[in-house]
Design a protein around this ligand. Structure first.
Ligand SMILES: Nc1ncnc2c1ncn2[C@@H]1O[C@H](COP(=O)(O)OP(=O)(O)OP(=O)(O)O)[C@@H](O)[C@H]1O
Ligand SMILES: [Mg+2]
Length: 229
């Protein structure tokens, strides 16, 4: 089987304070995996390591390569904080910049950027900077950014935060229709049920469970122990 993600005994510490402890995880190509865990359990840190923005000890492979320049083009990411990704004078420029970096010509980048913004209902806001959008609109703009480059792996950190119920439903439908590998960190367990077939649970930086999502969510004792209920 070929894997989108292979993580072998990954540990990461912030100034000596462990945030990830010997995490091992594989995600097959096309597989959709949810990532749950209480605040501070290490979800964002794991995603940052997969993006190559944090380097711990252990092994990480994304489509067989170490995270870095060669893997960026295959990734689409939504950061927990959209301001870290959207900073141009207009959100359409944020998207077009990413597409230009992947090699698209100016006109192609503009067209794809507009299509991606339309898909998340933001076409009418395309000319505004992220700072002029509502929080939910910013999150939708970063989703458009993540999707617009036709990625083979989506790394989504709290994609439903700030979204209204209809937008959550639309996002679940959108993601269900995109057949690429996904790792989706969220506190929204019902949303994860709709977009993932497997659930990984982190507890204090270590994997506490990894299995079919309905089985993991049926384990009331586990959910209680890791602070998910
Ligand atoms: N920039 C940082 N500097 C120092 N410590 C950090 C930093 N970012 C995260 N941490 C610590 O690392 C641990 C894991 O944090 P992380 O953000 O990965 O958790 P999380 O599961 O994403 O939490 P949340 O559900 O709140 O988003 C926490 O104890 C946190 O305090
Ligand atoms: Mg987080």
């Amino acid at each position: 089987m070929s894997y989108a993600v292979e993580v072998e005994r990954l540990s990461y510490a912030y100034d000596g304070r462990p945030a990830l402890r010997e995490v091992s995880l594989r995600i097959a190509e096309g597989e959709s995996v949810g990532l749950a865990g209480a605040n501070g359990s290490g979800k964002s840190t794991l995603l940052w390591c997969l993006l190559g923005l944090a380097r711990g000890s252990g092994e990480i492979r994304v489509f067989g390569s170490k995270p870095g320049r060669s893997t960026y083009a295959k990734l689409g990411a939504v950061f927990q904080n959209p301001e870290e990704q959207l900073f141009m004078p207009a959100i359409t420029d944020d998207l077009a910049l990413g597409l230009r970096n992947r090699g698209d010509a100016v006109e192609t980048a503009r067209r794809k950027a507009m299509e991606a913004l339309e898909a998340v209902g933001l076409a009418r806001r395309a000319g505004l900077p992220a700072s002029s959008l509502s929080l939910g609109e910013r999150k939708r703009a970063s989703l458009a950014l993540a999707m617009c480059g036709s990625p083979e792996l989506l790394l989504l950190d709290e994609p439903t935060a700030e979204l209204d119920p209809r937008s959550v439903r639309q996002l679940a439908n959108l993601l269900a229709g995109v057949r690429v590998a996904k790792l989706v960190a969220s506190h929204h367990l019902d949303f994860l049920r709709r977009v993932a077939t497997r659930l990984v649970v982190l507890n204090e930086g270590a994997i506490a469970a990894d299995g079919p999502i309905e089985e993991v969510l049926a384990d009331a004792a586990l959910l209680d122990r890791v602070g998910l209920v």
